[in-house]
Design a protein around this ligand. Structure first.
Ligand SMILES: C[S@@+](CC[C@H](N)C(=O)[O-])C[C@H]1O[C@@H](n2cnc3c(N)ncnc32)[C@H](O)[C@@H]1O
Length: 236
């Protein structure tokens, strides 16, 4: 029975993809992430180094931990790391909204990599800013989808960015904070220097229904940089 259901679902998904493919934009961004030898972990660890230059400890929060690939690779003592995931990994089994509702701690570095949908990711960023120490960093994963299937919400395949690029776009238009997107590892957003009077640029009504073709339209406007420049952004 289970096998039959699975087979039916797979067939329906295939049919949907074939049909949708005809209408979806076929243009792609040609980047091979595997050829760039810098990942989110090394970028986050350089932020750890930077924080520890000025403070005795560095408090790290990861939203969405999965198999702990990143969480376990952050070079900090376990008592300085909080990982939030309702399903797998980390050390707090809840979703990010509930976590922030009950949270009383501040963090030096927050890595947002939970639910990859616009409104959730936007809430994660706004909540993270509330609990960020001065001179702290926020990292966001998956800001650069390369084709329509990687961007499509709901998710169609394992390899998936979702539409969190919309949050990257909003951050690029926000003021009194610094923001770049390191062009490596599916697009790593980095926020620093968040001032008390920061102004987040909400574009909800304008972009909530936008799709990959709209991402292509704003791609050139994003504050993208090479991975090596991202190290300079973090360390300086
Ligand atoms: C892409 S994986 C995280 C990968 C991990 N950060 C890494 O770098 O290897 C996304 C994770 O987010 C979790 N997740 C989904 N919705 C969430 C939410 N609302 N709050 C926190 N985590 C969530 C999923 O359970 C999944 O494990």
């Amino acid at each position: 029975m289970k096998f039959l259901e699975k087979y039916k679902k797979k067939k329906e998904k295939k049919k949907f993809l074939e049909k949708y493919n005809k209408f979806a934009v076929q243009e792609k961004i040609e980047i091979d992430w595997n050829k760039i030898n810098v990942n989110r972990i090394s970028l986050i660890n350089s932020a750890v180094r930077k924080v520890l230059k000025h403070k005795d400890s560095c408090k790290y929060l990861e939203i969405g931990c999965f198999n702990n690939f990143t969480f376990n690779s952050i070079s900090l003592r376990t008592e300085d790391k909080i990982g939030v995931d309702p399903n797998l990994g980390g050390n707090i089994k809840t979703n990010s909204d509930d976590f922030f509702k009950n949270n009383q701690n501040k963090f030096d570095i927050i890595f947002i990599d939970g639910q990859h949908e616009y409104s959730q990711c936007q809430r994660d960023v706004l909540n993270s800013i509330k609990f960020l120490y001065p001179n702290g960093f926020i990292f966001l994963h998956d800001l650069i989808p390369l084709n329509w299937k990687m961007e499509h919400v709901p998710r169609l395949q394992d390899d998936w960015n979702g539409d969190v690029w919309k949050v990257g776009y909003e951050l690029s238009k926000s003021s009194n904070l610094d923001f770049i997107i390191a062009m490596t590892d599916y697009g790593v957003g980095i926020v620093k220097n968040v001032k008390e009077n920061y102004k987040y640029c909400y574009l909800n009504n304008h972009i909530k229904n936008h799709k990959f073709k709209n991402f292509l339209e704003i791609f050139d406007d994003l504050p993208k940089c090479e991975a090596n420049t991202a190290y300079d952004f973090i360390l300086n």
